[in-house]
Design a protein around this ligand. Structure first.
Ligand code: NAP
Length: 316
């Protein structure tokens, strides 16, 4: 969805922002932070020398510092933009270098596991305020990011129970300035909501594309040649980054399994309707689901144009 670029702020919200992991989400934050002057200085670090070099070439940050500890020193906002499974490792690398009163946030698609990984290892003198921008595409890396990615999308801030309200408010303000609508909820509730709105749909996409690829009666070239809109939409979702999605399922196990249980029950009911020719039951369900799609469009979270797998957002 094309969003218009926002104007720079008259005064920055932070002195020094460090983004760890300059992939799709990290490089988008860097771009919008620079464009809107959300911090006086924007620093990038990434474990991949090639990613660091690419960010230097792109010229989107004020500084690229290879060493993560050196990159966070003196920053009042540090945002981890790495796969969820790497949170503890990155936390351990930076913990000794974090400035007094710094806010440490992240963008992970799972929240309880991130809090569990970071809270015990971060020093008491910093504020851990995790967040999840519900915006994205199926592309990865520093070239995939763009400054309008978060425009009119939701960002869910998930502070731990004992979080400092002022630090929470500063993170909320940051995301609003990135163009996002902001909601606050507990990490556990976030994980349950996202299990059904994002994680299970991705699992279904991975599964259906995998099933089609494994069919014996229908060749792979037929699947590709005759792929209809619905299947193409699934292939777009199933093209999402394997590392990131492996980490999401391993770190949101309980909520995903809970929602999959519900899904399987409902699927069995659909199977029964088809077997017994219950046309009315199928029609009623499809009418209810159509209304949900309409509400999403009415709330500006999707456009009415048909997409058929050629673009669009992925939103893990
Ligand atoms: P991405 O494009 O693959 O970027 C991740 C970056 O982090 C890569 O440059 C990666 O380097 C780097 N990295 C990995 N492990 C690291 C480590 N231990 N230390 C430092 N850097 C490390 O991924 P992304 O899509 O931006 O996703 C990042 C986070 O955002 C994930 O937690 C994901 O759940 C969340 N998220 C993603 C989306 C989405 O649509 N993609 C939406 C919302 C939230 P390498 O290239 O060497 O692996």
């Amino acid at each position: 969805m094309a969003e218009t670029e926002l104007q720079p702020l008259s005064a920055p919200l932070f002195e020094r922002l460090t983004v760890i992991g300059a992939g799709l989400i990290g490089s988008s934050i860097v771009r919008v932070a620079k464009q809107r002057a959300l911090a006086r200085e924007v620093i990038v670090t990434d474990r991949s020398p090639s990613v660091c070099d690419r960010v230097r070439q792109l010229g989107i940050a004020d500084q690229v510092i290879d060493d993560p500890a050196a990159a966070v020193a003196g920053s009042d906002l540090v945002i981890l933009c790495v796969p969820v499974g790497a949170s503890a490792e990155v936390g351990a690398e930076i913990t000794d270098a974090l400035a007094l009163g710094a806010i440490v946030s992240d963008v992970g698609s799972v929240k309880s596991a991130v809090v569990d990984a970071l809270a015990p290892i971060l020093p008491k003198h910093v504020h851990l305020i995790p967040a999840h921008p519900v915006a994205g595409t199926e592309y990865s890396g520093p070239d995939a990011g763009f400054s309008t990615l978060f425009g009119n999308r939701w960002c869910i801030v998930t502070p731990p129970e004992d979080a400092d309200p002022q630090a929470v408010e500063r993170v909320r303000e940051f995301w609003k300035a990135c163009g996002a609508n902001v909601e606050t909820m507990t990490p556990a509730h976030h994980d349950l909501v996202l299990a059904i709105t994002s994680h299970v749909p991705h699992l279904i996409a991975y599964n259906i594309v995998g099933t089609a690829a494994d069919l014996e009666e229908v060749t792979q070239s037929e699947v590709i040649k005759f792929s209809a809109g619905g299947f193409r939409d699934f292939t777009r979702i199933a093209a999402s980054d394997p590392t990131m999605w492996r980490d999401i399922f391993l770190n949101n196990k309980e909520a995903v399994l809970e929602m999959l249980g519900r899904f399987n029950e409902d699927l069995a009911a659909l199977q029964r309707m088809i077997r017994w020719g219950d046309g009315q039951g199928l029609f009623d369900l499809f009418t209810r689901t159509r209304a949900i799609r309409r509400s999403i469009i009415e709330q500006g979270q999707e456009t009415i144009e048909p997409d058929f797998g050629r673009g669009g957002s992925n939103d893990p």
